[in-house]
Design a protein around this ligand. Structure first.
Ligand code: ATP
Ligand code: MG
Length: 426
């Protein structure tokens, strides 16, 4: 593959590139093609003095967004996008683009998000949009880098399952031969089972499916979750791990994605450590909620404005968290708390985690208290009967992480082909 990065710029000043005709500028006797490679925009100049009539004729009627291959000589020119232009010797037209284009990849016309998503292949040709996904790729790389460095093993668990993780109703049913099955809403139960198998530190990066009918700027029906589970640690230790990971990602992107950040126009500020930790009780006081209420978008916004940086809300009432969450008894408190936390960005929740119950009898009891039938979960519960280490973990939403890092308005902007209630195509 040829792009400007690995384009051979030889000692004698020759370059080879391939890409899309981004813009065509005609100045009478001279014609400029701006060629967009994956990472750059390079000016190819066709002047009668320096280029053969045959080549000039070849590109005379070329349409924008056609794909071409160019070999030529580099010539310094301050006015060109990278400070140089290419004087072509060879031009091959590899694919002719139809016109008019359904969407303009030059950022000159701003289209609605829906139109952009309908024509996502073209939308992602726009340098600003492409940069989001180049960064998203690097975020995943940073996560692997960091966690592999801490001896995590990456796993993949089934997305087709027989029962709901949390017994909720927000599941997509699918037909599985002659049975009903579901798309998994979280790898939670499987990553816990892996603790009983002795994997000790697992990482999964994969899709989660939620059949919730909301249409908000932060919910998708198919999201990507970064899931981590660790044996022999408690909630506070996995909070620390999560905080370190977030900082690592920001630093990694600042160093390795500088070019893409500039294209988007983002000055990425590293969050301040340590992240503030407030208890659920303190948080409800700030936003005037009653004990037992959950935070809605309005309260999350108010808290975010108050705190202004990444923060944790911890020690949630047990009843607001899933059945597998470890209860926490605190002196002087009648309410039952839990060893749980949410990582919040001022705009939105990024992650939820906790220490998990590892006692079989207690886990079974908590399920029953929530009206779930343990018999439906024996594949999970059995893993607690024959030696289950204490463990803790979290799930971090990749889409929301990228949205908040890059200050995107809508989580859909951080996903190549988002799935929401209305959108199943492309
Ligand atoms: P919320 O209350 O904001 O809907 P949640 O508490 O239901 O989120 P969890 O089950 O805690 O979500 O999932 C862990 C993380 O996965 C969330 O903090 C979020 O970053 C991400 N996530 C969960 N559901 C979605 C979704 N529908 N769309 C995008 N990201 C999601
Ligand atoms: Mg949550």
């Amino acid at each position: 593959m040829i792009n400007s990065k690995d384009a051979n710029i030889t000692d004698d000043g020759y370059i080879e590139i391939a890409g899309w005709v981004h813009e065509i500028r005609d100045l009478g006797g001279i014609r400029f093609l701006l060629v967009r490679t994956r990472d750059d925009i390079i000016q190819v100049t066709f002047s009668k003095r320096k280029v053969s009539g045959e080549l000039i004729e070849k590109v005379k009627t070329i349409s924008r967004e056609s794909v071409i291959h160019v070999k030529g000589r580099i010539s310094k020119d301050e006015r060109a996008p990278n400070g140089f232009e290419v004087i072509p010797n060879i031009v091959d037209i590899l694919s002719v683009a139809e016109s008019p284009l359904p969407l303009d990849p030059t950022d000159k016309v701003v289209a609605e998000l829906d139109t952009r998503l309908d024509n996502r292949f073209l939308d992602m040709r726009r340098p600003k949009v492409k940069s989001i996904f180049m960064i998203r790729g690097l975020v995943v790389r940073a996560i692997r880098d960091f966690l592999y460095g801490k001896n995590f093993v990456e796993v993949t668990t089934p997305k087709i399952v027989a029962t709901a993780t949390e017994g909720g109703t927000a599941l997509f049913p699918i037909s599985y031969f002659d049975r009903e099955a579901f798309l998994n809403q979280s790898p939670q139960l499987y990553k816990q089972i892996l603790m009983s198998s002795g994997f000790e530190r697992v990482l999964e990066i994969g899709p989660i499916f939620r059949a919730e009918e909301h249409s908000t700027r932060k919910h998708l029906n198919e999201a990507t979750s970064i899931d981590v589970e660790v044996s022999y640690v408690d909630d506070s230790e996995v909070m620390k791990l999560l905080e370190e990971l977030i900082i690592y990602i920001y630093e990694y992107i600042n160093v390795n994605a500088d070019k893409y950040l500039k294209t988007i126009g983002i000055d990425l500020k590293i969050p301040t450590r340590p992240f503030r930790q407030i208890s659920y009780e303190e948080a409800i006081e700030i936003v005037d909620l009653k004990w037992g209420d959950d935070f809605g978008s309005l309260e999350e916004k108010k808290l975010g404005n108050e705190i202004g940086e990444h923060y944790f809300i911890k020690e949630w009432p047990l009843k607001l968290k899933p059945y597998y969450t470890m209860p926490l008894e605190k002196k002087g408190k009648t309410e039952i708390l839990s060893k749980s936390f949410d990582l919040m960005h001022p705009r939105v929740e990024l992650a939820s985690g906790s220490q998990r119950i590892n006692d079989y009898a207690l886990l079974k009891k908590q399920m029953e208290l929530r009206g779930l039938n343990p018999d439906n979960f024996s594949f999970y519960l059995d893993a607690f009967r024959y030696g289950m280490p204490p463990h803790a973990g979290w799930g971090l939403g990749l889409d929301r992480l990228v949205m908040t890092m890059l200050d995107l308005d809508n989580v859909r902007e951080a996903v190549m082909f988002p799935r929401d209630r209305r959108r199943l195509i492309p």
